[in-house]
Ligand binder design. Structure first.
Ligand SMILES: *Cc1c(COP(=O)(O)O)cnc(C)c1O
Length: 367
């Protein structure tokens, strides 16, 4: 019997929608939003100006191929613009990859505390997410390789990972790639690459340039402080770029985003300031929170994972309520299978100091 109303494809209603970080605290006027890894320094003033300059041309379609932006990215990173695809956030690119390369019966691997979009994009494309364990909250290349089957089509790997803040050294990524069958597409999601200060880290440009089955995704939402505009880009082999260009929306990136993105990527000084702020305060927060007796997973990104004890009075849930009452909004991580931890974005100096002071009071009260 046919249904009485339109029904989505099988599986769609089994998908749990992505829940964004909270942005409000009930009854609190001044809120510090530290739940979505947004930039405490905001966007480059030049990017804001470029965005404003488009206000009188809103009747015009954007350049559907975002060529000026791809050229600016190409200049900044020494890449061929023909091998770049821009998207409405890297979320769109991750979804395009899933829709382009997965069908019913196909498997996509991600790690247990990996970015939630991988699971949603995989299920939305009709594929099957295969979840593999991590070691010390870090992606484990042997666990990924063990999960590969003849049905594997994609491996999604955030490096550094959100929400854990950990990273995989590039030698390990190369070892993974060398052992993957050539038909498996390795997706390196380097949303936080700019923040990493480690000699053994690479985002993956060279591996993409020399392989047929690796892409790297980047975003303007984090270091460039342009999350509101929804802008990301992907660097990949020509044959993958060609496939994605066939299925993306013809005007998927909007004109103000293109203009702001060009200005942002050309403002190296602003990027440097944002990195310097993060390096300083990430270290400070990790140390100060650690001194309170809370475990902090070593992070190379713009946020940190704080673990709470499980005894009544000092749980992550109670800490979240305590902090929220002071206008300090962190991220709860139940959907990421980390119910005993909170994720805190590195904020302004004021926000960072307030969180440490509040956690100190929380721990004293709990003791
Ligand atoms: C924030 C984030 C992104 C970027 O998402 P946008 O859609 O570009 O805003 C991608 N991957 C990870 C792991 C992230 O944390």
């Amino acid at each position: 019997m046919s249904p009485k109303r339109p029904e989505p494809r099988p599986g769609v209603l089994a998908i749990e929608a992505y829940v964004p970080g909270k942005s409000t605290a009930p009854g609190i006027a001044k809120v510090f939003k530290l739940s979505s890894n947004e930039s405490p320094l905001g966007a480059s003033p030049k990017a804001i100006e470029a965005y404003r300059s488009l206000a009188t041309q809103l009747q015009d379609y954007p350049d559907g191929s975002a060529s000026a932006l791809r050229s600016a990215i190409g200049r900044a990173f020494g890449l061929d613009p023909d091998r770049i695809v821009c998207g409405a956030g890297s979320d769109e690119l991750l979804n395009l990859l899933a829709h382009g390369y997965l069908g019913p019966g196909d498997e996509a691997i991600h790690t247990v505390h990996g970015f939630l979009v991988y699971k949603i994009a995989t299920l939305a494309a009709g594929g099957t997410p295969i979840v593999v364990p991590e070691t010390n909250y870090t992606a484990d290349m042997d666990a990924v390789l063990k999960a590969v089957t003849p049905r594997t089509k994609l491996v999604f790997l955030a490096n550094p990972n959100n929400p854990t803040g950990t990273y995989v050294p590039f030698d390990e990524i190369k070892r993974l790639h060398a052992a993957l069958p050539p038909h498996v597409l390795l997706v390196l999601d380097a949303a936080y690459a700019e923040y990493v200060r480690r000699n053994d880290y690479e985002a993956g440009l060279e591996l993409v340039a020399t392989s047929d089955n690796v892409v790297m995704c980047r975003t303007f939402s984090k270091i460039h402080g342009l999350a509101a505009l929804r802008l990301g880009w992907l660097y990949g082999p020509g044959h993958i770029v060609d496939a994605l260009n066939r299925i993306r929306g013809p005007f998927n990136v909007n004109a103000p985003a293109i203009a702001a993105g060009i200005a942002a990527i050309e403002d190296a000084a602003h990027v440097e300031r944002s990195v310097a702020h993060n390096t300083k305060w990430l270290a400070w927060l990790s140390e100060e929170v650690g001194k309170l007796g809370l475990q902090v997973t070593p992070s190379v990104a713009n946020f940190l994972l704080i673990h709470f004890p499980q005894n009544a009075g000092c749980t992550a849930k109670e800490a979240d309520a305590f902090l929220t009452a002071r206008g300090l909004v962190l991220r709860r991580l139940e959907p990421y299978r980390l119910p005993n931890a909170l994720r805190m974005t590195v904020g302004t100096e004021e926000a960072n100091r307030l969180v440490v002071a509040a956690l100190k009071d929380f721990m004293r009260k709990a003791a």
